[in-house]
Write a protein that binds this ligand. Sequence first.
Ligand SMILES: [Zn+2]
Length: 117
Amino acid sequence: MHEMAVAESILHTILEQAERLGGARPIAARISCGQFNALNDETMQFAFESISEGTLCEGMRLEIVHIPLRARCRQCRATFAFDVYRPMCPECEHAEFDFQPDAPLLLEDIEFQDPSE
Ligand SMILES: [Zn+2]
C-alpha cells in the first residue's frame, strides 16, 4: 500500500510549510497523480486521517486529482487522453501510438487558514 508512504511524505511537507509560515493551520491540500502511481482515494484519505491525528493537519481536506495517461498518434501526431476502452487515436482512429510520460505524484497546493480568521 503506497498510500501510507505518500501520506507520510505529504504530512511531513505540509507540516514543514506550516512551520515556515509561523504555525499557520493547513485546511486543505490538493495532490495529483498519474495512472501508474495512482492513489486510491479512500485508502489515501484514511491513511492521511490516521497519521495526521494530533498534528496541525488533523481534519484537513485532501483532494486527489487523477491525471489521465496521454498518448501521441504515430500517424497524425495528435495527442490524446488514453482510453483503455477505445485504444485508438480519436482524430484518425489509427491504433498505433506512443505513450507520453505518466504524470508524477505531486503535492500541488496547500491552503492555509487566514491568520486573521
Ligand atoms: Zn491520429
